[in-house]
Design a protein around this ligand. Structure first.
Ligand code: NAD
Length: 274
């Protein structure tokens, strides 16, 4: 994974997880949500928004104990339970174990957010070696398949999957060729799986963030570069995690009952193709 140990605590200003003005209204009352990479950044924001809307939460995290515990604290402060599940999304046996743990703890699973991701910038395409390809594709797309397989074993009509893709799937990203390829694959996965499952009442959608202040990009790029990403958006800034969480709530809720196979772009007005 990308995250440098303790990076979250070092970020200044600290990333905003949820806006003070965000009032939950029970949109996800008693739903059970599993969020991969829910310990930080965008996944943490989705988790805390879901909790404020009444959901019980399970978080899959890689190895950042402190971030995971901090997120659990935020969720318990919302009066909800948070199950922490440590492991590697690249491994299908772990996906099976994680979903079984959710069923054991809560008796059901209603929402899967496939969100864990890594990126390794590389200017020279010849230097993207097998190891990098394996890691990036296994984390960013194989992992999404594994968790979808396992969740679908337990899903019923009304349940849903939300996949985190990226603006890089919709514009050229010359220094993130492998990463953006996985994000393009996530978009196709979302559309095809949604069509496959539509008649069963299970919805599948995606969120495509633009640049967002999270450990992923802070660990990968310097401040100047992140500001330059921001300048590519119409709003001329990178977003905060708190600006992403509500899109996940919308897609997970009954408000989105006629929406499947779609991508919501949350990117400060960056113009995208396709
Ligand atoms: P982040 O670093 O805060 O979160 C990434 C999460 O993925 C971490 O919790 C990490 O533990 C988890 N993870 C990575 N490898 C894992 C593995 N093998 N097993 C289990 N967990 C693993 O960064 P973020 O920006 O919140 O990223 C969340 C998602 O958003 C990613 O899919 C990323 O590609 C996507 N995204 C981010 C941006 C951005 O600008 N931050 C833009 C577009 C898309």
């Amino acid at each position: 994974q990308n995250k440098q140990p303790g990076i979250e605590a070092k970020m200044n200003p600290a990333p905003e997880v949820i806006k003070e003005s965000y009032k939950g209204s029970g949109k996800l009352m008693d739903k059970v949500a599993l969020i991969t990479g829910g310990d930080s950044g965008i996944g943490r924001s989705a988790a805390v928004h879901f909790a404020r809307e009444g959901a019980q939460i399970a978080i899959v995290y890689f190895d950042e104990e402190e971030d995971a515990k901090d997120t659990r604290k935020m969720i318990t402060e919302e009066g909800r339970t948070c199950l922490l599940i440590k492991g590697d999304v690249k491994k299908p046996a772990f996906a099976k174990k994680a979903v079984e743990q959710v069923i054991k703890e809560f008796g059901k699973i209603n929402i899967l957010v496939n969100n864990a991701g890594i990126q390794v910038p590389q200017k020279d395409p010849k230097k993207i070696d097998d190891k990098q390809l394996e890691d990036t594709f296994r984390t960013n797309i194989f992992g999404y398949f594994y968790f979808a397989h396992e969740a679908l074993e337990h899903f019923q009509a009304g349940d849903c999957i939300i996949n985190t893709t990226s603006v890089t799937a919709y514009r050229s990203s010359p220094n993130l060729i492998d990463y953006s390829s996985t994000k393009g694959a996530i978009t196709s996965f979302t559309r095809s799986l949604a069509t496959n499952l539509a008649k069963s009442g299970i919805r599948v959608n995606a969120v495509a963030p633009g640049p967002v202040w999270t450990p992923l990009i802070v660990s990968t790029f310097d401040e100047k570069k992140i500001k330059s990403f921001g300048s590519e958006t119409a709003m001329e800034r990178a977003g905060q995690p708190s600006e992403l969480g509500p899109a996940y709530v919308f897609l997970a809720s009954e408000d989105a009952s006629f929406i499947t196979g779609q991508v919501i772009h949350v990117n400060g007005g960056e113009v995208v193709n396709g």
